[in-house]
Design a protein around this ligand. Structure first.
Ligand code: AHR
Length: 328
């Protein structure tokens, strides 16, 4: 943002201490391109560098669509969007490129929680405010971000655990974990484990993808022949689990129950088809809320330190009409 006089120090303190002296922008939308795509955006646009962690799941695709739709030029943003393909080094490179571009706001969804200290310090030194999206960071840097928006992953795990406790107290559970070290994996595991940890007979990661979920369940069917339930950290891995269970000649949802998180259309369809037993929603459509936060951050206005996106939960009473009406 040239011709923009932004306070470059003291940003790490309380949100309210963050000062923006003027608003102006240049550059244009970098739609899915490399950081540095830049271009000919209007002078009044807010320049945002967004590092998305990947495109590993239906949830992520819906989240990306929501972010891009809301951070549009018509809405006053000049977005440079970079997909890191689930690699932290790609995210770190994108963040450094955003510093070099001197964007107004950096937003990113960290693939895992740790390993950000150096780059977060560099961003802090540059004075560019950070908006953390979806997942969380574990860092030694003081006040590394202005605000975070995302779901309460621990509560999602707890909700899943409570359903199991009430509906399948004798289930022998295999836990299909997301990307190890990600906020979503760490917190869902903790929330679920606190309620029904004594029922878990094995765990492995499927990295939040359908293919790796299937592979992990193929191995688990051999290793834990007595399993009667899978708690999967997302729908995509659960859909992979269905393939593995059916290939082994068993009935998903009956011989092996499946409790999942996300609530994308394919996951809810599996619930209607009685192959999933329970789904805790993780709502990816928060682009408008994110846009509002970024606008305020760029204007130096106060924002809450965190915004929790509201989730629901679904059991097999869900109807086909509800699934068909689902936006993602
Ligand atoms: O961080 C949110 C999680 O990431 C979603 O549950 C999962 O589908 C995605 O890959």
């Amino acid at each position: 943002m040239k011709g923009f006089n932004r306070a470059r120090t003291g940003l790490a303190g309380a949100v309210a201490t963050f000062t923006i002296l003027a608003l102006a922008a240049c550059g244009s939308s970098g739609d899915g391109g490399d950081a540095g795509d830049g271009g000919e955006g209007g002078d009044d646009l807010i320049r945002v560098g967004f590092s998305q962690l990947g495109a590993e799941s239906g949830w992520r695709t819906a989240n990306t669509e929501s972010v891009k739709a809301s951070l549009s030029e018509e809405n006053g943003f000049d977005l440079t969007f970079v997909d890191a393909q689930q690699k932290q080094e790609n995210q770190i490179k994108a963040l450094r490129d955003f510093i070099a571009q001197d964007v107004d706001v950096i937003a990113f969804s960290p693939v895992i929680e740790t390993g950000w200290d150096e780059v977060l310090q560099e961003i802090k030194d540059s004075g560019i405010p950070v908006v953390l999206v979806d997942r969380t960071v574990d860092t030694t840097v003081d006040d590394p971000y202005v605000t975070w928006i995302g779901a309460d992953f621990k509560a999602e795990g707890t909700t899943a655990g409570e359903w199991v406790k009430e509906n399948a107290p004798d289930a022998k559970i295999f836990e299909l974990q997301g990307t190890l070290g990600s906020g979503a994996q760490v917190d869902r595991e903790e929330g679920f484990g606190e309620v029904v940890g004594d029922q878990i007979i094995g765990k492995a990661s499927g990295n939040f993808t359908r293919a790796e979920g299937k592979t992990a369940v193929e191995a688990a069917l051999q290793a834990y022949p007595d399993m009667t339930m899978i708690f999967t950290h997302n729908d995509d891995m659960g859909l992979g689990a269905i393939e593995a269970i059916e290939a082994a000649g068993k009935k998903p949802g009956v011989d092996i129950q499946i409790v999942s998180v996300d609530g994308v259309r394919d996951g809810l369809q599996a619930l209607v088809d009685k192959k999933f037993n329970y789904v805790v929603e993780c709502n990816p459509v928060f682009g408008d809320q994110l846009a509002e936060l970024i606008e305020k951050v760029a204007a130096g206005e106060d924002v809450p330190k965190e915004t929790i996106v509201i989730d629901k939960a679904f059991d097999q009473t869900i109807t086909q009409e509800e699934v068909d009406a689902r936006a993602y």
